[in-house]
Design a protein around this ligand. Structure first.
Ligand SMILES: NC(=O)c1ccc[n+]([C@@H]2O[C@H](COP(=O)([O-])OP(=O)(O)OC[C@H]3O[C@@H](n4cnc5c(N)ncnc54)[C@H](OP(=O)(O)O)[C@@H]3O)[C@@H](O)[C@H]2O)c1
Length: 292
């Protein structure tokens, strides 16, 4: 039973937690939930390695937040940029990674390295980044992957990797949902690898809630969408709570391979708990990034 819930803020769930001496990698630090998570983890004493599309954007965010962190460029649609980011982070002992950056509901098909862009940015880019950072994770370190309740939109079609390019059919929301299903399966696959290797690191996925951020930039009528979702809307401060809670609180130090929402474990769709599918995704992702 979780002691926090829907209204909790990231500050509330980390209250009393001393992160002095810890180091965290956060992607998508320049906006929304990544920015708020960086602010709050730094408030608790953590060293933040903030990743954004450009070094200037990451540095500007850390400066605006008055954080003495490390700014690193990481364009997730560019594998070379992802690898350069991992290289820049080498030498740090990491307490955790928040794979937080994301894009949503691109209205028309866009591809990156021949792969539908939401799947690439939200999943493949993070897969490559985390793969390179895993050896830097300290014992007990936690990987938190931002997913979404939108993963349920992928229920009928599943991962549909045979349509990874998006050319057989393209639907903005279903493709976003697929990428968010991939986020849960990646966390699950990573958790299984940690466990199989006898390691104490954990990996979990979270849905942050519904929060008005720049994520809606590609939605045709965001005002109408948020008006419809008003009854479940959270502030950014509340929206960042689940990822900060799962990342730092002693309550979850042993929990791995789970999906969270409102600061509690939530049951995802059956496909998100399918270990064979998680392995298929892992193998597919590995082959893809090795090919690029
Ligand atoms: N907000 C919600 O209601 C909601 C609900 C469910 C799940 N989520 C998930 O929460 C996470 C954070 O979303 P948010 O609401 O904070 O959105 P946001 O305000 O748009 O922030 C997204 C961050 O990701 C970065 N990003 C986007 N594309 C990138 C790329 N190709 N390479 C590197 N960085 C990139 C953005 O950088 P730029 O600003 O430079 O583009 C930004 O810093 C996402 O994974 C999202 O799917 C959010």
């Amino acid at each position: 039973m979780s002691r926090f819930g829907f209204p909790s803020t990231a500050e509330a769930v980390t209250s009393g937690i001393d992160l002095t001496g810890t180091t965290w990698v956060i992607t998508g630090v320049s906006s929304g939930l990544g920015r708020e998570s960086a602010r709050v983890l730094a408030l608790r004493g953590a060293h933040i390695i903030g990743l954004a599309r450009s070094q200037d954007a990451a540095a500007a965010t850390l400066s605006e937040l008055s954080i003495q962190g490390t700014a690193v460029a990481c364009e997730l649609s560019d594998i070379e940029s992802v690898r350069a980011a991992a290289h820049a982070i080498r030498g740090h002992a990491l307490s955790g990674i928040m794979a937080n950056a994301g894009i949503m509901a691109l209205p028309t098909l866009r591809q990156t390295h021949g792969i539908e862009q939401q799947l690439f940015v939200n999943h493949v880019g993070h897969f490559e980044l985390v793969r390179h950072l895993t050896p830097m994770l300290q014992p007990g370190a936690r990987v938190v992957v931002l997913s979404s309740e939108a993963h349920r939109m992928a229920e009928k079609r599943g991962l549909e990797l045979e349509n990874a390019h998006g050319e057989s059919s393209y639907h903005a929301w279903k493709m976003y949902g697929r990428s968010k299903l991939a986020n849960i399966l990646f966390a699950r696959g990573l958790a299984r690898r940690f466990e199989a290797a006898g390691l104490s690191q954990t990996a979990n996925a979270v849905h942050p809630g519904v929060i008005q951020t720049n994520l809606a930039r590609h939605v045709a009528n965001p005002d109408r969408m948020f008006a419809r979702l008003k009854h479940i809307e959270k502030t950014v401060e509340q929206g960042a709570s689940t990822q900060c809670y799962v990342a730092t609180h002693p309550d979850w130090s042993q929990t791995s391979g789970q999906y969270f929402s409102d600061c509690a474990v939530l049951e995802p769709i059956a496909a998100a708990k399918d270990d064979a599918l998680a392995e298929t995704l892992w193998t597919w992702s590995e082959a893809l990034v090795n090919r690029i």
